[in-house]
Write a protein that binds this ligand. Structure first.
Ligand code: SF4
Length: 305
């Protein structure tokens, strides 16, 4: 199948069979996100999806994990998603789990019986864009949920037997608010206990709506140093059993490990990079598409090539 868009999935899904069932994101409103802005959202026809399943089966594929793409696949209409899950079972009865991204509201609009039915059809991990622990930040970023709704959605999906994983974003609260966000987010994650936490530290694109907030002064980005300090504080406060993976693309730094076992090691790595990173390094505003980017001055800005 020809893939349209940018492949973006949690690192723990890197070996899953990626099965697109739609193009783009049906929500497409988060102010920092440019993944699918250039694409008109559409659902792929069943024949195309089934054709891809048949193709993989015919070349001897026997996937144990399947990841449904693209952004927010769980928001598909209930009947349509169930049909796709049944098709997968038909082609790959040995498949152990079917995972995908979800928004909080795509969970809340389902009944308990529907959530249970999804789990029985193989849905296991739902990756939720939690991003921040602060309601005013979620509102500014135009996420489709507040903290209360997120607690409710996670409680219901866990009760239905599914696993929740959290996407977060250091820097999302802006300059001067990293530690406040870390405190709030740690409280949220300690209560909701995700299996995985993936931090894609903020990496802004000039074409996203949030860039307008920077221009009009309603959002001031944090420095990369501040994002690292925020992540250190967050990890220090996390108490539950979590597989944590944090990416800071701008400085090409990654910190990962299982908490709480690897906490000391992870904090030491962060301490080292915090020490080495200049405190006021300006946040990079990316221009162009990610695969064609280089640092243009070796310091603070990237440019398209
Ligand atoms: S739901 Fe995910 S893919 Fe869709 S706009 Fe928000 S961050 Fe981007």
């Amino acid at each position: 199948m020809e893939y349209e868009g940018q492949i973006c999935r949690a690192p723990m899904e890197r070996s899953s069979f990626m099965l697109p069932i739609m193009v783009g994101c049906s929500y497409n409103r988060c102010r920092f996100c440019n993944l699918f802005r250039h694409l008109e959202y559409r659902e792929l026809p069943f024949e195309q999806i089934e054709g891809e399943l048949a193709r993989v089966k015919n070349v001897g594929g026997r996937p144990r994990r399947i990841f449904l793409g693209d952004g927010n696949a769980f928001a598909q209409k209930t009947g349509r998603l169930m049909h796709i899950l049944k098709l997968i079972r038909q082609y790959f009865p040995e498949c152990e789990e079917i995972n995908m991204d979800a928004t909080v509201t795509s969970i809340l609009r389902r009944s308990d019986a529907e959530l249970e039915a999804f789990r029985k059809l193989g849905v296991r991990h739902l990756y939720l864009g939690i991003e921040s622990g602060l309601d005013d930040v979620l509102a500014l970023m135009e996420k489709d949920h507040d903290q209360g709704q997120a607690y409710e959605a996670i409680r219901r999906l866990q009760r239905a037997g599914m696993v929740y994983d959290a996407h977060i974003m250091t820097g999302v609260a802006g300059k001067g608010r990293g530690l406040e966000n870390a405190r709030a987010l740690a409280g949220f994650l300690n209560r909701t206990q995700p299996a995985h936490v993936v931090n894609f530290s903020m990496f802004l694109h000039k074409e996203v709506p949030l860039y307008q907030n920077i221009l009009d002064g309603s959002f001031t980005p944090a420095s990369e140093w501040e994002n690292l300090v925020e992540e250190r504080s967050l990890i220090e406060q996390l108490t539950s059993d979590i597989l944590y993976d944090g990416f800071h693309d701008y400085i090409e730094f990654r910190v990962r490990g299982r908490l709480p076992k690897d906490k000391a090691k992870m904090l030491a790595r962060l301490d080292k990079v915090i020490e080495e990173t200049p405190e006021n390094e300006v946040y990079s505003y990316v221009q162009g598409e990610c695969p064609a980017l280089v640092r243009c001055d070796g310091k603070s800005v990237w440019q398209n090539v």
